[in-house]
Design a protein around this ligand. Structure first.
Ligand code: GLC
Ligand code: CA
Length: 561
């Protein structure tokens, strides 16, 4: 099973800009990551996913790449990258990179040339259209607001799914595809263990580029055009020419892929090792977040997703990433934010069917920041939407509120290492403001305490690695249990005759659940199950029941009575 090492792995996502600054320029960098490898090792991390650190004008913080082969000076040098890889390897950890190939930067040499000369080879690497009567070639709306088309001085328009500084690459062009594969293999040969694959369901276009009708008469959202017919040819080819040649893991960001299409993407012979299933993970906050009803809705989505993904493929499990607000804010009401809720959510997702991903700061319970103005924000998406609201004469304050709650900057504030200046992230001026609550929420304070969220995360990862449970989680089936109990999310994982039961009470009050028994004794009598993990101490057994406290989460070796 060497090829499936990633099934037992715990992955940690690093947003390099915000993780650790090693040279005082206010921007996190590769040497900063290397400095913190021991911290990650102790946390129980096997694989580090580094968000883009390639040369980039940073319109979308590195998701707009101008040189795929070079580390941006802002983050260090290629030598620093080599050192990071070597130091990680020394500690038995692997590194995966972000693969951003739906688009590049408008400052990439390819696009610079294509702009200058409509007849050059590179002009064929992009989508250019012209309209007789001028005007946008169609009515599609980009993911960051506004048209997907931007006009060049010579009257050509180029296509971009995201910002206008992120021109889409033309995957129809075999030369371009070869260039991409060459680059992927170059990194894999360097010792990178795989990729998180960005926005990959956008790479195939509807080549008619015909305008589409919308109910509100506004632009047609490009996000409705993911996984377009024919995309499989490109993805299968990339797998065959790159991923299959290496023992690597790939996890795709695949918006639009659901139950019907999951197999093609993340089934046994899918294009990728796994995908993130956005049907429940990308949930936007709800007004009554931690009400029983909201938890029940969340539960149904999670269980549904587990049902189909476990039958046909493999999952990347997450509560947070660099595009989401912090999970404690997403799923908990303000007065519930804290250790109990955060650790309960952690248990809930960590032992599901799939590979768990932790996003930087999640392990200490970092929260959303308070945003007072659009100027305080950095996110190109928030700024684009703000501009669009102004253009459409909508209330920009609403946009500000929306992004304050759900915006991507919430996850991008600097990592909170200690209670000193700038939370120990930088000696200089941080590129994005530090969350005011760093005095209370930081690594150093939590390292000093056994009852901190950080200490609990270490126990979480330890159980994920401890045999035979590691095999139960990597190989076992998943089955929902206690489904009728309101706001309880519970499931059994079973493998090779062993059952692990996970139960989480998301109610704000205590609640009874059925007790859990272990194997029969030699005399044939039932034994009590062994509590492997609990965020609030071992639950009290009253006959055939356990009493769980509010937000108590337990993991047992055994089966529900
Ligand atoms: C993905 C990334 C996001 C980025 C976008 C464009 O969704 O996660 O951060 O803005 O792709 O590359
Ligand atoms: Ca720096």
């Amino acid at each position: 099973m060497a090829a499936e090492w990633w099934k037992k792995a715990v992955v940690y996502q690093i947003y390099p800009r915000s993780f650790k600054d090693s040279n005082g320029d206010g921007i996190g960098d590769l040497n900063g990551i290397t400095e913190k490898l021991d911290y990650l090792k102790e946390l129980g991390v096997d694989v580090i996913w580094v968000s883009p650190m390639y040369c980039s004008p940073m319109d979308d913080n590195g998701y707009d790449i101008s040189d795929y082969y070079k580390v941006d000076p802002m983050f260090g040098t290629n030598d620093d990258m080599d050192r990071l890889l070597a130091e990680a390897e020394k500690r038995g950890m692997k590194v995966i990179l972000d693969l951003v190939v739906n688009h590049c930067s408008d400052e990439h040499q390819w696009f610079v040339k294509a702009k200058q000369d409509p007849d050059c080879e590179e002009a064929g690497y992009f989508y250019f259209r012209r309209k007789e009567d001028g005007g946008e070639p169609n009515n599609w709306r980009s993911n960051f607001g506004g048209s997907v088309w931007t006009e060049l001085p010579d009257g050509r328009w180029y296509f971009h799914t995201f910002s206008k500084k992120q021109p889409d690459l033309n995957w129809e062009n075999p030369k371009l595809r070869e260039k991409i594969y060459e680059m992927i293999n170059w990194w894999l040969e360097k010792g990178v263990a795989g990729f998180r694959v960005d926005a990959i369901t956008f790479i195939k276009k509807d080549l008619t580029f015909a305008s589409r009708e919308t109910e509100d008469g506004l632009r047609y959202p490009i996000e409705n055009l993911t996984d377009y017919p024919g995309i499989g040819d490109f993805l299968a080819e990339m797998k065959e020419k790159c991923f299959d040649l290496h023992d690597c893991m790939t996890v795709a960001e695949a918006p639009g892929v659901g139950e019907e299409t999951f197999r093609r993407y993340a089934g046994e012979h899918g294009y990728f090792s796994m995908i993130f299933d956005f049907t429940w993970e990308n949930m936007e906050g709800e007004a009554d977040k931690s009400s029983v009803e909201a938890v029940e809705r969340w539960k149904q989505r999670i269980l549904k997703s587990q049902r189909f993904t476990s039958e046909i493929g493999w999952n990347g499990l997450f509560l947070e990433n660099h595009d989401q607000s912090r999970c404690v804010n997403k799923y908990l009401e303000k007065d519930q934010i804290g250790y109990a809720g955060a650790s309960a959510m952690a248990v809930m997702y960590f032992y599901l069917y799939g590979t768990p991903f932790i996003y930087q700061g999640q392990e200490i319970g970092m929260t959303n920041a308070v945003w007072n103005s659009i100027e305080e924000m950095d996110d190109v998406r928030a700024k684009g939407m703000y501009r669009e609201a102004l253009e459409q004469k909508k209330d920009p304050q609403k946009v500000l509120e929306y992004f304050g709650e759900l915006g991507r900057d919430n996850a991008r504030t600097p990592m909170q290492w200690c209670n000193e200046k700038n939370a120990g992230f930088t000696e200089g001026t941080p590129w994005l403001k530090v969350n005011e609550n760093y005095q209370d929420i930081n690594v150093k304070a939590q390292e000093a305490r056994d009852d901190s969220l950080l200490a609990f995360y270490r126990r979480l990862t330890a159980l994920r690695h401890q045999e035979p449970y590691a095999s139960v989680f990597a190989e076992g089936t998943v089955r929902p249990v206690m489904e009728e109990l309101p706001a309880v999310i519970a499931y059994e994982r079973e493998w090779n005759g062993r059952t692990v039961t996970v139960a989480v009470n998301f109610k704000k009050t205590e609640q009874e659940i059925p007790a859990i028994n272990g194997a029969l004794s030699a005399a044939g009598n039932p034994t009590e199950g062994t509590c492997l993990l609990s965020n609030e101490g071992e639950p009290e057994r009253i006959g055939e029941r356990y009493l769980l406290k509010a937000y108590q989460a337990v993991v047992f070796d055994g089966k529900m009575v």
